[in-house]
Design a protein around this ligand. Structure first.
Ligand code: CLR
Length: 263
C-alpha cells in the first residue's frame, strides 16, 4: 500500500511533495513535539519540583526598589533568553528553514513574543498566580517598577486562562508552531509557501487533538490568537514609551536580539 510509504505512486491526482498523507502528518507532529521538548528551558517535572520556590518579601522589595530603567533592562534580558529558545524551536519546525531568510525573520518578529507568552503558561502556578522568573515564582507585584501594570496584569490573566485549558506538552508544541507559522503576518515575500507549511501544522494540530479525543480544544485555541496579538501590541507600545524616556538604556544596554525583533 503506497500511502503507508508516504505517497501514492499510481494515483495521478497526488504528488509526492504536496499530498499530505496521514503518515506525513504523523511525522510532522512527532517532529514538532520533539523540537518543543528540545527547546524549552525547563521540563514539566522540573517545574513541578520547583513550585515551592517563591520570592520572599525582602526579595520582592528589592525588585520593587529597582529604578524603572534597571528593571526594564533586567526583564528585557530575561525575555530575550526566552525568545532565543523560541528561535531555536522555529528553526526545527519542518519547513521553516526552507523559507527565505526574510520570511523567517518576519515570522519571528511578529510571532516570537506570542510564543513566549503561550510558553509562559507552562511556568505558571494558578494556585497563587505566580510565574517562574529569575529562579523563583513571582506574582505581578514583583514587576511594579516596570511601571506597566496593565501589561503585566493582562499577561498574567492570559497565562491563567490558558492554564485552564490544561494543554498537554504535545498540544502546546503544535499550537506554538501554529502561532509562528502564520501567512497573514506583515512583510512576507512568499505567502504561498508559508501557507503550505501552515497547512501541515494545522493538520498536525487536528491530528493530535483527534488522537487525544479533545477536538473541542481547537476552537478554544483559535480564540486565544487575537488576545495574543493585542498583548504583543501592548508590549510594543510600552517599549516605545520606555524608549522615549530612556533612549540610551535601550540603545546601549538592551540585548541586540530584543532590539532587532521588537525595536
Ligand atoms: C516565559 C516562559 C519562558 C521563561 C520566561 C522568561 C521571562 C519572562 C517570560 C517567561 C514571561 C513574560 C515576562 C518575562 C520577563 C518579563 C516579561 C514575565 C516566564 C513581562 C511580561 C514583562 C514584559 C515587558 C518587559 C520587556 C519590560 O520559558
Amino acid at each position: 500500500n503506497g500511502s503507508e510509504m508516504g505517497f501514492r505512486p499510481f494515483d495521478p491526482e497526488s504528488s509526492f511533495f504536496s499530498y499530505p498523507t496521514s503518515l506525513h502528518i504523523e511525522e510532522i507532529s512527532t517532529s514538532i513535539v520533539r523540537s518543543h521538548r528540545e527547546t524549552t528551558q525547563y521540563r514539566p517535572e522540573e517545574l513541578q519540583a520547583l513550585r515551592w520556590k517563591v520570592f520572599s518579601r525582602e526579595e520582592i522589595h528589592a525588585y520593587q526598589s529597582k529604578s524603572v530603567d534597571e528593571m526594564w533592562q533586567h526583564c528585557a534580558v530575561r525575555l530575550t533568553d526566552a525568545v532565543q529558545y523560541v528561535v531555536e524551536f522555529a528553526k526545527r519546525i519542518p519547513g521553516f528553514r526552507q523559507l527565505c531568510q526574510n520570511d523567517q525573520i518576519a515570522l519571528l518578529k511578529s510571532g516570537s513574543m506570542e510564543v513566549v507568552l503561550v510558553r509562559m503558561s507552562r511556568m505558571f502556578n494558578t494556585e497563587n498566580n505566580t510565574v517562574f522568573f529569575d529562579g523563583k515564582f513571582a506574582g505581578t507585584e514583583l514587576f511594579k517598577s516596570l511601571a506597566c501594570s496593565d501589561l503585566i496584569a493582562a499577561v498574567f490573566d492570559f497565562a491563567h486562562n490558558l492554564c485552564a485549558l490544561r494543554l498537554t506538552e504535545q498540544q502546546m508544541a503544535v499550537f506554538t508552531a501554529l502561532v509562528l507559522i502564520n501567512a497573514d503576518r506583515p512583510c512576507l515575500e512568499d505567502r504561498e509557501r508559508v501557507q503550505k507549511v501552515r497547512r501541515d501544522v494545522e493538520l498536525a494540530l487536528s491530528h493530535i487533538l483527534h488522537r487525544d479525543n479533545q477536538e473541542s480544544l481547537l476552537h478554544k485555541l483559535y480564540q486565544r490568537v487575537p488576545v495574543l496579538k493585542s498583548l504583543c501590541a501592548l508590549h510594543i507600545e510600552k517599549l516605545r514609551w520606555f524608549r522615549q524616556l530612556y533612549p540610551l538604556t535601550v540603545h546601549s544596554l538592551f540585548p541586540p536580539l530584543y532590539k532587532e525583533l521588537f525595536g
